[in-house]
Design a protein around this ligand. Structure first.
Ligand code: PRX
Length: 695
């Protein structure tokens, strides 16, 4: 039963909202009790008990806070920022922004000239408040009986030791450190150690290939690379050091040599003696870091000093180095975490994301630790030893907030309810979803089966670029609709625009933009401010363009519809079609490739590649495998195409542009929706492709 109780109480509170609240157009509908009532079957109401204890108890309260955040952003955010530690307070102006390319360079600044340190706020401040003995990290190994934990005090000591080691090895404020680690405690430790000394970390997801790692090393020229020798994920052992070695060799051949490679011995996966070693460059973590002092002075930085770089895919082949700075990001991740998960000191929080992605930055490491939370880190995969592992972990640690991706929900849903119901899960009180739209049936399964119809689901829409949540439910505050990310977070003004960039009001669909800046917004693309402006601010002047489509229903709820650019979202991972295409054409027997996304039952989207071979080369199963393999080695296994479609030629306009619209229809077998093909240079190409569709 989705429409659990408490409906009337909500209807009542909606009717008694202050009249001014109705001035915010997209929220008008929330207050129209009647129209919501008529659609009751679509709505999921929080229970009275939940709302009563929530940080935001009603739609009315949400609207009051939202209204203030929009009408007085400086006041709203500086009140929150004052709760953090600042060595020196920011200047009079809380923020300044120019989001309009016609008015000069795009520039966003928050809390400028404020001096702080995010590591200090994550650790020292929590310890000073008397919570030093609280567990900061519970680490659960790949094998169910292997675990470890660190209190806030212990975590600070580890962070300081590494920070001292980095300093001794010449890492200074503003230097870059690449981190290529799996989900060991050493991953957040390294991030925090960099932050402590003002170094800029760039975590590269440890599923990326050596070629991808090489590209990132070339772009940000790190002083040092931090890795481990190997990791076990399920039954597989992955030799990470070999990947790093190959990347470092290639970069040194291309003029960027990295002095040191700090390597953690992950003993359960591989012994020291089996690890390949380059003397003079490679250093065992365990040999040096534990010898360093457990205290380390903080490097105080400006709020606008860079904190990290995280590479993400765009619509060209070259990954973009998204740059986040310190002060605004700190305030934003902490605040979004607190409200979107209704965080309480007693919570035990588990986010299944890897720190190699933005979710792991903002909501495994910074957001939760800034709130003094106890965080679970899990090294392994969700279905090892079997599909009940997640719920075993939930029961073992009494997890109260569980945050994951729709792809995981769908795959566990497919494996059957018995794996879930075998475990109690009674500690759970809030669930979360991120990475792609969650389809209503997966939402309902998550809600009814995993959460026993008791836990609100925060379906959080945001991006690497936004730093933190942008559109998200606040548990207990208002009713939810399965599949909708609901309403904007405080301070965020989402707008939906048409093709011409005109804002559309009321019920509509179009391109999702944001009207203003918010503290967590990224400030540039590393080394390429022009690309930053062109990609995000030129398409619709005056707005930040997200690259996503969105519709808004008559109640003001937002429904994300997916990317509108050439980016595919596979299992919540962003992959640029151009990156996969350039990997494919690097194969000597591939002449041309065009990649599109197709619907996939578990992954959300799958990668579908149309491939034209070099003249005279015959198609074969071996060649198909070797094409898939070239993508694995160039990008990583997670980007491997699900399907290769042989294409004698590709549908192109007379000017030579590939018509992806047609390819998408062929890939999804919507053959009666091909539309107008008369503008093609050679329309017969389409019939050929259809004939080869199932070969
Ligand atoms: O298309 C949107 C989708 O993921 C994209 C951002 O990907 P990335 O930068 O890798 O960050 C993923 C984690 C924040 C968005 O442009 N997306 C993310 N969350 C949602 C979503 N789509 C719909 N609903 C969501 N909750």
């Amino acid at each position: 039963n989705l429409t659990t109780n408490n409906h009337l109480r909500h209807m009542e509170s909606m009717k008694s909202l202050p009249s001014g609240a109705g001035k915010i157009p997209e929220l008008n509908a929330v207050i129209l009790g009647e129209s919501l009532a008529s659609e009751e079957h679509d709505l999921v109401f929080p229970s009275h008990d939940f709302s009563k204890q929530a940080l935001v108890t009603s739609p009315q309260k949400y609207l009051e806070m939202y209204k203030r955040s929009i009408e007085d952003p400086a006041g709203f955010w500086s009140d929150i920022a004052s709760q953090f530690y600042w060595k020196k307070k920011w200047s009079q102006q809380v923020y300044s922004e120019n989001l309009d390319v016609t008015k000069g360079n795009i520039k966003i600044e928050w809390f400028k000239s404020g001096i702080t340190n995010i590591c200090y706020n994550c650790l020292d401040k929590i310890i000073e408040s008397g919570n030093g003995d609280k567990v900061a990290l519970h680490w659960e190994g790949n094998e169910p009986d292997v675990d470890d934990s660190l209190t806030y005090k212990q975590l600070l000591e580890k962070v300081c030791q590494l920070a001292n080691f980095l300093k001794q090895n010449g890492v200074k404020k503003g230097d870059t450190v690449i981190i290529y680690l799996p989900m060991l405690m050493e991953l957040p430790i390294t991030m925090l150690a960099c932050a402590r000394i003002g170094a800029v970390h760039s975590v590269v997801f440890a599923g990326y290939s050596s070629e991808s790692l090489f590209q990132r090393i070339m772009d940000c020229k790190p002083k040092i690379v931090v890795t481990c020798n190997a990791v076990k994920r399920g039954k597989k052992v992955l030799n990470l050091k070999d990947i790093v070695d190959a990347a470092l060799l290639e970069s040194s051949q291309n003029g960027v040599s990295v002095d040191s490679c700090l390597t953690y011995e992950n003993e359960s996966a591989m012994k020291k003696e089996d690890t390949k070693w380059q003397k003079g460059r490679d250093i065992w973590w365990q040999d040096v870091v534990p010898k360093c002092s457990t205290t380390c002075d903080v490097e105080w930085v400006d709020a606008e000093d860079p904190l990290f770089l995280l590479y993400t895919s765009g619509s060209t082949g070259k990954p973009k180095g998204v740059l986040h700075t310190t002060g605004g990001y700190m305030i934003y991740t902490a605040t979004t975490f607190k409200y979107a998960f209704d965080y309480k000191d007693s919570d035990i929080y588990w986010c299944t994301a890897d720190c190699g992605w933005i979710t792991g930055h903002s909501y495994v490491t910074y957001g939760p630790l800034l709130n003094g939370a106890t965080v679970i880190l899990y090294e392994g995969v969700p279905n090892y030893p079997d599909s009940g592992r997640c719920w075993e972990i939930v029961d073992k640690y009494k997890v109260t907030i569980f945050y994951t991706a729709p792809t995981l929900v769908r795959s566990l849903m497919r494996d059957g309810n018995e794996y879930v119901t075998r475990y109690s899960r009674k500690s759970l009180r809030v669930l979360g979803s991120v990475g792609e739209p969650i389809n209503p049936s997966a939402w309902r399964w998550f809600f009814n089966v995993v959460g026993d119809s008791r836990c609100p689901i925060s379906d959080t829409w945001w991006q690497t670029e936004t730093g933190g949540f942008m559109i998200t439910p606040l548990p207990g505050a208002f009713p939810q609709k399965p599949g909708s990310a609901t309403f904007p977070f405080f301070g965020v003004q989402p707008v939906i625009v048409d093709e011409k960039g005109k804002e559309i009001e009321g019920e509509c669909s179009g391109y999702l933009c944001v009207k203003n800046s918010w503290p967590g917004a990224f400030r540039t693309l590393y080394g390429d401010h022009e690309r930053y402006e062109t990609t995000y601010f030129k398409p619709f002047p005056g707005y930040y363009f997200s690259g996503d489509g969105c519709s808004r229903d008559k109640n003001g709820y937002h429904w994300l519809t997916g990317r509108v650019d050439d980016v595919i979202n596979v299992s919540g991972h962003r992959i640029g079609t151009a990156e996969v295409e350039s990997a494919l054409v690097s194969h000597p027997q591939c002449a041309e490739a065009a990649v599109v996304g197709v619907e996939h039952e578990v992954k959300g989207q799958g990668i579908y590649a149309f491939v034209t071979l070099v003249e005279g080369v015959p198609y074969s199963e071996d060649l198909r495998k070797s094409l898939v393999n070239v993508v694995r080695t160039q990008i990583g296994a997670f980007a491997a195409p699900d399907r290769i479609h042989w294409a004698p030629s590709l549908p192109k306009t007379r000017s030579g542009k590939i018509m992806r619209r047609i390819l998408r229809k062929i890939a999804s077998r919507q053959l009666d929706e091909l539309g107008d093909i008369s503008t093609l240079a050679d329309p017969s190409v389409v019939d050929q492709l259809i004939e080869l569709a199932d070969s």
